[in-house]
Ligand binder design. Structure first.
Ligand SMILES: Cc1cc2nc3c(=O)[nH]c(=O)nc-3n(C[C@H](O)[C@H](O)[C@H](O)COP(=O)(O)OP(=O)(O)OC[C@H]3O[C@@H](n4cnc5c(N)ncnc54)[C@H](O)[C@@H]3O)c2cc1C
Length: 469
């Protein structure tokens, strides 16, 4: 029995069926979960449009001539946000339908409704036609999270919005206030700015993307300034209310920020209440997330959990892997426990910021013995041809063996480029082997190989030191 049809749940269902299990999946909103319906798929579709828009607006620097220009001499390109929103929602729906077909084809029983545990070996599904009791050898809970809201900033779906409501607004914001500079807030601020919407980004943190690679956030923050974004950092928003045709966001120190709309991106809370978890012996963390081990087992025998509701790493890719691991483990297949060090992730801004493995902070704090090299991309020929100068490749390796243990890429399509470093981390490839493999000329990946080349020899000598070349 699987409760929740997001990536954690549906990927597990597919593996469960592949291994010969009799699988039932209960989902209360739509297959694909928040990932497909409101989070990953719509946001990345919107960001794809914003990327086209930024390239169009920059293209005059590369010699393209547009008939009309705005007051800053930039090509006059406008967005039909209603059309973009409609296409984003259609894409999400199509993806959800594809998932349904795949699950049906693989013989998985689908139930529309809300699931809850009745002990560790029974699930009760509340459906439109009543309650169904479903016995289970194993239960996988993958119920995800929902946007956190502040008591004095309740979303109304019109002007005070969560990210799930953004695609339903029927006008282009005159000024969008984004509250929260974590990944979600930063990605939306970047995307709407590129679409021509004036942005005020409010955050209690002193910088955008707290906790991310400091060099990467420096690059992005400088670009946000350059693009004219209004950054109100180190200021906690405590209230948002409507006034006339706009919204007012009140900061902790009493200052007010005015806009036409506000997006509240202040985190998520797990959907783990009222579904019989603690009664079934499942221990929750104080945050409400489910405590799991590296093979997705909860504290109750036979009950597994995967995805955002575990609070391990809020990524669709991690949810999917935790779900698969749960099934491999439960159904007796070979299983490799989840390894956080191998997770690659990406922030879909312009430029993108992709990371894998150990971080700069791990090395600076002495938690991990490693050395690093940072290579600016400004001198990369392909970057020049693409009209791109802000970004870098950073590579970390073990001082003793030269094995690659992590990396950061700030570049267009960093999400695609990080894969070679992710493989190197997972397969313990050393900088010399990595550097000896061919890359295309000219290419951004050439700089990754070059970074590995620069670490040759240094790896043994420069213990615990960061070298910037
Ligand atoms: C704006 C945004 C952008 C993001 N972009 C990315 C990205 O680019 N890449 C990435 O890897 N991650 C991204 N994420 C994170 C990603 O969305 C989550 O990690 C992913 O959705 C987690 O999957 P899940 O299966 O745990 O939960 P979900 O996708 O939330 O699915 C859980 C499902 O369970 C259902 N459910 C809940 N309770 C019950 C119940 N009792 N009975 C039945 N059904 C129930 C819910 O309705 C939901 O449909 C993004 C998140 C946000 C907010």
């Amino acid at each position: 029995m699987i409760i929740g049809g997001g990536p954690g749940g549906y990927e597990a269902a597919l593996v469960g069926a592949q291994l010969g299990g009799e699988v039932t999946l209960i989902e209360d909103r739509g297959l694909g979960g928040s990932a497909v319906l409101t989070d990953v798929v719509p946001s990345k579709s919107l960001i794809a449009v914003s990327g086209v828009m930024s390239r169009a607006r920059k293209s005059n620097e590369m010699g393209l001539v547009y008939e009309a220009a705005d007051s800053r001499g930039k090509p006059l390109v406008k967005v039909d946000l209603m059309k973009v929103n409609a296409s984003v929602k259609a894409l999400a729906k199509a993806q959800s339908d594809d998932i349904r077909h795949r699950l049906e084809r693989d013989g998985i029983t689908l139930i529309e409704g809300r699931g809850r545990l009745n002990g560790p070996h029974e699930v009760i599904a509340e459906t439109a036609t009543g309650e169904v009791r479903l016995p289970a050898d194993y239960i996988l809970v993958s119920v995800g999270t929902r946007p956190r809201t502040l008591p004095d900033a309740q979303p109304d779906g019109e002007r005070i919005l969560t990210w799930a409501q953004l695609y339903d607004i029927d006008e282009i914001p005159e000024r969008l206030i984004v509250v929260g500079s974590g990944v979600t807030g930063t990605e939306f601020a970047n995307a709407y700015d590129a679409l021509g919407v004036p942005i005020t980004l409010v955050s209690s943190q002193p910088q955008v993307l707290p906790g991310q690679d400091p060099d990467a956030t420096k690059v992005l923050q400088a670009l946000f300034h350059e693009r004219g974004m209004d950054l109100v950092l180190g200021s906690r928003a405590v209230r948002a209310h409507r006034e006339g045709n706009g919204v007012v966001v009140t900061l902790e120190d009493g200052r007010e920020v005015l806009g036409s709309h506000v997006l509240m991106a202040v985190g998520s809370i797990p959907n783990t209440h009222d579904i019989g978890l603690t009664e079934a012996g499942v221990i929750l963390k104080p945050s409400g997330h489910i405590n799991v081990d590296r093979v997705s087992r909860s504290s109750a025998q036979g009950v597994y959990a995967a995805g955002d509701c575990t609070g391990v790493f809020p990524l669709a890719s991690v949810a999917a892997m935790q779900g698969r691991i749960a099934m491999w483990h439960a159904l007796g297949d070979a299983v490799e426990p989840f390894n956080r060090a191998e997770v690659s992730s990406n922030i879909f801004t312009n430029p993108e910021i992709a990371t894998v493995g150990v971080t700069q902070d791990d090395i600076d704090s002495g938690r991990v013995r490693g050395i690093g090299v940072t290579l600016p991309l400004a001198s990369n020929p392909r970057a020049k041809m693409l009209g791109f100068k802000d970004g870098f490749v950073k590579l970390f390796c073990r001082p003793s063996t030269g094995n690659i243990i992590g990396g950061v890429i700030v570049a267009p399509r960093a999400s695609e480029l990080i894969h070679s470093i992710a493989i190197a981390v997972a397969e313990q490839i050393n900088v010399d082997d990595f550097a000896h493999d061919f890359t295309v000329y000219p290419s951004l990946s050439g700089s990754i190989a070059e970074a590995a080349r620069r670490l040759h020899g240094h790896s043994i000598e420069l213990l615990n030191q960061q070298i910037t070349l």
